[in-house]
Write a protein that binds this ligand. Structure first.
Ligand code: 6R9
Length: 659
C-alpha cells in the first residue's frame, strides 16, 4: 500500500451507527468489554460454558510454559456432538443445517440437523471400519459438497485430526501436505464442478500419493465420493467408494469425549520460507472461540437467521465460520459449490434472495470485482433479508466498504471488518454490529477477551496517529498450539520477534488513527495476500527455480486493483535456455504454467519479467523493495545498499523496452 493511499485512508470520517433495533437485541453489548477486561479467564470460561462438556475443566488456562498454552485443562468434550447431536437432543432435529446449492443450477440439497447426525455417524463408522482410530490423521481434498462437511465432522467425532487441502491446490502441494501430516487416509471426490464443467480431483490424489510415497509415506486408503461421474483411475488395493462404505454404515454412533487439548485439525498456510506451516488447532479452546465469536460478531439468532459464508472449506475461514462455529451454534446456513458469477454474474445475489440470507460473510476481493461490474446486477435482486455483512481476508478499502454497505446492504446493514489469521483460529479484531459505530476501512478494536496492540520496533505501544506492528499481548483460547512437528519453528516464527515482551507477532503492519481505532495495513514479511489467499514469495520462487530454464527468481507482491496484491516474478534464465535465442513470450507462458502446476492457479504470476540480474545486498539478500518499485511502476527507491548499484538501471531499462 502506498503512503498516499494510506494517508487518504486515515482521513476517513464517515461513521455508521448500529441500527437501533439491532443494538437493543444484540447478543453482545458494550459491557462485555469491561467484563472481559476485569476477568479475562472468567470471560472465556463463560464462553466455554456455551458448549456441552462431558467433563468440566479444572483450570481455564495453563500458561506455565509459554508460548505453549493449554486451555480448559482437564475438560473433555466431543466436537461433533457439540456441532450436531446436542441440537437434535434439544428438539431441533428438523432445523435445516445446510441449504446446499450446487453449481449445476438444479442441484439442491437441504440437510437437517437430524440428517446431519445420521450422515456424520455413518461416515464415522465407515472411517473406523477402514482402520482409522483416534489419533490417526486424515487429509480431505474435496469440492464444496455436503460430504466435505460430513467428512470433517466424522474425523472430529472419532478424534482423528484432519487437514483439509484446498481443491484448487496442485498434486505437488497436496503430496507435500499428505507427507508432512502423515495422512493415513485421504478423502476426496472424482471431481467437482467449475464454471459448468466437471473438473477432476482424484487424479491429483493419485499423483500426490506417489509423491508422498517417494518420500517414505504410504497412504493406506482413499475414500472417494462420486460427484461428477467422470472416468477415473482405480486402484483396488487403496481406493474405496464413499457410497460403498458410508451409505451402508450404521447411522448410530456414540461420540466419545476427548481431552480439551486433543488435536482437532492442522491447516497448512504459507510462511516466509518455502515449506508451508502446519498450524495446529485443538479441541476445547478452538471450538469455544470459533462458536462464541460467530454468535458475537454476526449477532447470530439461530432460530431466525440464514447465514452464508462464501469461503471454501479449504481455508481457515471455512473451518471456523462454515463448519465449526456456525454448526456449534445450531445455525442454518447456505453452502455453495460454485463460483460467484456462473452461470450469470448475479448468481450470489440470486441465492441471497432465494434463501433469504440474513448474514453474509465474504472477502474484499469479491466485493471489488462486483463493484467493477456495476450496481445494476445486484439491483435486480431483492436482498432486503440481509441484516449484517462481514468482510475477511485482507484490508477492505473504504470505497469497497461503502459500496458493500450501500449496494448489497441497502444502507441498513452494519459491516463487520474482521481481522484474524489461520493461526488465531477465530476473529480477534472487529466491530460489534450492535455496539460499534462502523468506520469504513477500519477493523476498529480487539474483541472482548482479546488484547491487541500496535507496537514499535522496540515493542513499545505506539500513540494514536502512528503505525507499527500488530501484536497480541495475551494468549487466547483458539490460538495455534504449535506448528505440526516443529515446536522450534513455532517459537521462532511467532514469539521471538518480541520475546522479552512475550507478544505474539502477527506479521501484519497496523496503524492507530486519531480516535485510537485500528487499521490493518497488510503483511510486513515476505507473505503476499492475493485475493485474500496467503502466498509466500519463497514458495513461488522455489517453484520457478525448479524449472530447468531458470537460474534464479525473485517474487514480489505488487498492488493490484482487483486482487489486492498480485504475483510479479523476476527471473534470470540459464544460459542454456537462451543459447539459441529466446522466444520470451513462450518462456513466460511456460514458467507461468509451471508455477500453476507446482502450487496451484492462485499462485500464477500476473507478470513474469526476464531480467539479466537481481538486486542484492552485499550479504546476498534480494532487495524485494526495489523490485516492488519496478513492478508497481514507481521511481526506484534508495539503491545504496546494493552490492552493484547499476543493476537497477539494467532491470528498469529492460522493463522500459519489454512490453
Ligand atoms: C482469516 C484469514 C491472514 C492474513 C492476516 C492479514 C490478512 C485477514 C484481514 C486482513 C486486513 C482484515 N487479513 N483479515 N487484513 N483486514 N480484516 O484470512 O486467515 O488466510 O491466515 O490470512 O490475512 O494480513 O495476517 P489467513
Amino acid at each position: 500500500m502506498t503512503e498516499e493511499t494510506l494517508s487518504n485512508l486515515l482521513h476517513e470520517n464517515r461513521r455508521f451507527e448500529p441500527p437501533a433495533d439491532l443494538a437493543a437485541a444484540a447478543n453482545v453489548k458494550a459491557d462485555a468489554y469491561d467484563a472481559a477486561a476485569a476477568d479475562r479467564e472468567g470471560f472465556w470460561a463463560a464462553a466455554a460454558d456455551r458448549l456441552s462438556w462431558a467433563t468440566k475443566w479444572d483450570r481455564v488456562l495453563d500458561w506455565d510454559n509459554p508460548p505453549f498454552a493449554k486451555w480448559f485443562v482437564g475438560g473433555r468434550l466431543n466436537v461433533a456432538y457439540n456441532c450436531v447431536d446436542r441440537h437434535v437432543e434439544a428438539g431441533l432435529g428438523d432445523r435445516v443445517a445446510l441449504h446446499w446449492v450446487g453449481e449445476p443450477v438444479e442441484d439442491r440439497r437441504d440437510v437437517t440437523y437430524a440428517e446431519l447426525q445420521a450422515e456424520v455417524s455413518k461416515a464415522a463408522n465407515a472411517l473406523t471400519s477402514l482402520g482409522v482410530a483416534t489419533g490417526d490423521t486424515v487429509a480431505i481434498y474435496m469440492p464444496m459438497i455436503p460430504e466435505a462437511i460430513f467428512a470433517m465432522l466424522a474425523c472430529a467425532r472419532i478424534g482423528a485430526p484432519h487437514t483439509v487441502v484446498f481443491g484448487g491446490f496442485s498434486a505437488e502441494a497436496l503430496g507435500s501436505r499428505i507427507e508432512d501430516f502423515k495422512a493415513k487416509v485421504v478423502i476426496t471426490s472424482d471431481g467437482g464442478y467449475r464454471r459448468g464443467a466437471a473438473s477432476p480431483l482424484k487424479p491429483a490424489v493419485d499423483e500426490a500419493r506417489g509423491i508422498a510415497s517417494r518420500s517414505g509415506h504410504d497412504v493406506e486408503k482413499v475414500l472417494v465420493v462420486r460427484r461428477t461421474g467422470q472416468d477415473i483411475a482405480w486402484d483396488e488395493s487403496v481406493d474405496v467408494w464413499w457410497h460403498d462404505v458410508v451409505d451402508s454404515a450404521s447411522p448410530e454412533h456414540t461420540p466419545e469425549p476427548f481431552d480439551a487439548e486433543h488435536p482437532l485439525f492442522v491447516m497448512y498456510t504459507s510462511g516466509t520460507t518455502g515449506k508451508p506451516k502446519g498450524i495446529l488447532h485443538t479441541t476445547g479452546g478452538y471450538l469455544t472461540q470459533a462458536a462464541f465469536t460467530h454468535w458475537e460478531v454476526f449477532d447470530l439468532k439461530p432460530e431466525s437467521d440464514v447465514y452464508w459464508c462464501t469461503a471454501d472449506i479449504g481455508w481457515i475461514t471455512g473451518h471456523s465460520y462454515i463448519v465449526y462455529g456456525p454448526l456449534a451454534n445450531g445455525a442454518t446456513q447456505v453452502l455453495y459449490e460454485g463460483t460467484p458469477d456462473f452461470p450469470e454474474r448475479g448468481r450470489w445475489w440470486q441465492i441471497i434472495a432465494e434463501k433469504k440470507v440474513t448474514i453474509f460473510y465474504t472477502a474484499p476481493t469479491a466485493i471489488r470485482s462486483f463493484m467493477k461490474q456495476g450496481q445494476e446486477i445486484p439491483d435486480r435482486h431483492d436482498m432486503s433479508s440481509l441484516r449484517i455483512l462481514g468482510s475477511v481476508g485482507e484490508p477492505i478499502n473504504p470505497e469497497a466498504y461503502v459500496w458493500y454497505r450501500h449496494v448489497i446492504g441497502g444502507d441498513r446493514t452494519p459491516v463487520v471488518d474482521t481481522w484474524w489469521q489461520t493461526e488465531t483460529g477465530a476473529i480477534m479484531i472487529s466491530p460489534l454490529p450492535g455496539v460499534t459505530a462502523g468506520k469504513p476501512g477500519s477493523a476498529m478494536t480487539a474483541l472482548p477477551g482479546v488484547t491487541a496492540e500496535v507496537v514499535s520496533d522496540e515493542g513499545v505501544a505506539v500513540p494514536n496517529g502512528s503505525g507499527g506492528y500488530l501484536v497480541l499481548t495475551s494468549p487466547w483460547p483458539s490460538m495455534l498450539r504449535t506448528i505440526w512437528g516443529d515446536d522450534e519453528r513455532y517459537v521462532d516464527t511467532y514469539w521471538s520477534r518480541f520475546r522479552e515482551e512475550g507478544f505474539y507477532f502477527a506479521g501484519d503492519g497496523a496503524k492507530l488513527d486519531e480516535d485510537g481505532d485500528l487499521w490493518v495495513l497488510g503483511r510486513v514479511d515476505d507473505v503476499m495476500n492475493v485475493s485474500g489467499h496467503r502466498l509466500s514469495t519463497t514458495e513461488i520462487e522455489s517453484a520457478l527455480v525448479s524449472h530447468p530454464k531458470v537460474a534464479e527468481a525473485a517474487v514480489v507482491g505488487a498492488t493490484d486493483p482487483d486482487t489486492g496484491q498480485a504475483v510479479v516474478a523476476f527471473v534470470i534464465l540459464r544460459e542454456t535456455a537462451t543459447a539459441d535465442g529466446v522466444d520470451l513470450t513462450g518462456i513466460e507462458k511456460e514458467l507461468s504454467d509451471h508455477v500453476r502446476s507446482q502450487i496451484g492457479p492462485i499462485a500464477k504470476p500476473r507478470q513474469i519479467m526476464i531480467v539479466p540480474e537481481l538486486p542484492k545486498t552485499r550479504s546476498g539478500k534480494i532487495m524485494r523493495r526495489l523490485l516492488r518499485d519496478v513492478a508497481e511502476k514507481r521511481e526506484v527507491g534508495d539503491t545504496t545498499t546494493l552490492a552493484d548499484s547499476s543493476i537497477m538501471e539494467l532491470i528498469s531499462a529492460g522493463q522500459a523496452t519489454s512490453t
